[in-house]
Design a protein around this ligand. Structure first.
Ligand SMILES: Nc1ncnc2c1ncn2[C@@H]1O[C@H](COP(=O)(O)OP(=O)(O)OP(=O)(O)O)[C@@H](O)[C@H]1O
Ligand SMILES: [Mg+2]
Length: 477
């Protein structure tokens, strides 16, 4: 049997209508397939349908065969989950157990799915964490890990039971470039030894994986073909713009002499788990300023930003406010968008509660939704019933409604395709500049950070030895 996955004339619909139009695809051993596409185009739902795990209320028509078994619901293939077919879902926030330590999340898979004994499972879990640069994180729960670390832990959990078939939804988001290369290498090994279906918005990842590519937009497959031909000579207009999109022509607002200092960090130091993340940090943040923060995955970028916001206490030094900065005026765009929303109520109710609590102008909601290309129908759904990229844009809408004075934007476009990411970053820059909001912009994309920021700070410069804000060429005040 050569075909691992065979999808014939599959369509996915809800009571509101068709979400994914009829499509067919097949995956063979050793021949990776990658789905590139627009945010909200149906990529994750396609993966969930293949796993027999479509959310309630959605219906798949057509035929899906996984390792020769027909999939209509999860009961059909549940015994293959983990052992034969592994799925890395898009959101680590939702796939990891929030109150279970990292090493236990892996060792439990080893015990319950691979049926290994406790000591063996625990020692494998510790080794796997170390291989992934997560030593020292054995006892940490997901909220104590950085976004990139949680992403790596989710990958380890998904693959721990040894499933030869891997379906990976945005596996490299939130990772710095060396971790990304490491994961790409692992995905390739997985593909060589088994079968790999990857969903990504990262053209570099698609290129590195090779094999077959499907390009999706608005629930349709626009083109398919081998990696070289799709990436080098895309046929559809959309694929051409997606592949060539490298949005590095952002306009940030000017920093003017009348932009006053909002706050200063003086000699700030923070350690976690016995490791000094940064020390002797002296920084100032002015109105309308964009401060770029770069560093490896897990280096402490989010921790430094949390110190700026007063969410985390520094061990040494102080944060001095030069203006009145109350909590609702100091906001954070969380790296994992589901972290910002109450999951049990609709998005409309989430926003309504926010407006009521802070006496916000509801008229801004439709304007921002249209600027962020969000369909008004999404308001009637709960946060887990829209796509990852749609939820990320709702998180941006939510903070913009609040008109903050200081905003930490932690990988704010990690769930977006490059075209939508470009327009979203531009919107974020324009709207924050208009209200003189200072932005701490965190990203692994150094080129992007340099482009959008007035000043760039590299976290590794604050480890052990003090050096001030980076000198040229990174400081672009
Ligand atoms: N449970 C659900 N009920 C109804 N509609 C849904 C549900 N989940 C997702 N959708 C809608 O289906 C469409 C496709 O969603 P999907 O999550 O598959 O997109 P995606 O291509 O993975 O996007 P992204 O790149 O943003 O993750 C979106 O418009 C989304 O709003
Ligand atoms: Mg998705």
């Amino acid at each position: 049997m050569n075909k691992v996955i065979e999808v014939q004339k599959l369509s996915i619909s809800s009571s509101q209508g068709c979400i994914v139009e009829e499509l067919s695809l097949s995956l063979e051993w050793g021949k990776p397939v990658t789905i590139l596409g627009e945010t909200g185009s149906g990529k994750s739902l396609l993966a969930q349908a293949i796993m027999g795990a479509l959310p309630r209320g959605l219906e798949a028509k057509g035929e899906i065969r996984l390792l020769g078994k027909t999939v209509e619901c999860k009961a059909d293939i549940e015994e293959l989950w983990g052992r034969e077919v592994a799925m890395l879902p898009q959101e680590p926030w939702l796939s990891l157990d929030p109150i279970m330590p990292a090493s236990k999340q892996i060792s439990l898979v080893k015990r319950l799915v691979s049926l290994l004994n406790k000591p063996k499972s625990e020692s494998i879990a510790i080794d796997s964490l170390a291989r992934f640069g997560l030593e020292g994180s054995e006892g940490k729960v997901p909220s104590q890990l950085s976004g990139g670390m949680a992403q790596r832990l989710a990958y380890l959990c998904a693959t721990s039971a040894g499933g030869r078939v891997l379906i990976a939804d945005e596996p490299t988001k939130g990772l710095d470039s060396s971790r990304k290369q490491q994961l790409i290498q692992l995905l390739k090994e997985h593909s060589n030894k088994g079968a790999l279906l990857t969903i990504t918005h990262d053209v570099e990842v698609a290129k590195a994986l090779g094999g077959e590519i499907l390009v999706m937009k608005q629930g349709k497959v626009l083109e398919t073909g081998c990696c070289e031909s799709v990436l080098n000579a895309p046929k559809s207009e959309y694929a051409r713009s997606l592949i060539s999109a490298r949005n590095l022509d952002h306009q940030r607002g000017d920093l003017l002499p009348n932009h006053k200092v909002l706050l200063e960090l003086k000699g700030v130091e923070k350690s976690r788990g016995g490791k000094t993340l940064f020390s002797n940090v002296d920084l100032s943040l002015r109105e309308g300023e964009v401060l770029g923060l770069v560093g490896d995955s897990g280096a402490g970028k989010s921790s430094l930003a949390d110190v700026v916001l007063g969410l985390v206490q520094s061990d040494k030094g102080s944060v001095v406010h030069h203006q009145v900065l109350t909590r609702p005026k100091m906001l954070k765009l969380y790296q994992d968008p589901p972290a910002s929303f109450c999951q049990s109520i609709t998005l409309a109710k989430n926003l309504e509660d926010l407006c009521k609590l802070h006496q916000l102008d509801r008229k801004d909601i439709p304007r921002l939704m249209s600027e962020l290309s969000l369909n008004s129908e999404l308001l009637n759904r709960k946060p887990d019933s829209i796509s990852g990229g749609e939820l990320q844009r709702f998180a941006i809408l939510r903070v913009l409604l609040m008109k903050p004075k200081v905003l930490v934007a932690d990988e704010p476009t990690s769930r977006l395709d490059p075209i939508v990411a470009g327009s979203t970053i531009q919107l974020l820059l324009e709207q924050t500049s208009r209200i003189n909001c200072a932005v701490v912009f965190i990203s692994h994309d150094l080129e992007l950070v340099k482009q959008v920021s007035h000043k760039v700070v590299k976290i590794s410069d604050y480890v052990a030895n003090h050096s001030s804000e980076l000198s040229s060429p990174l400081v672009t005040v």
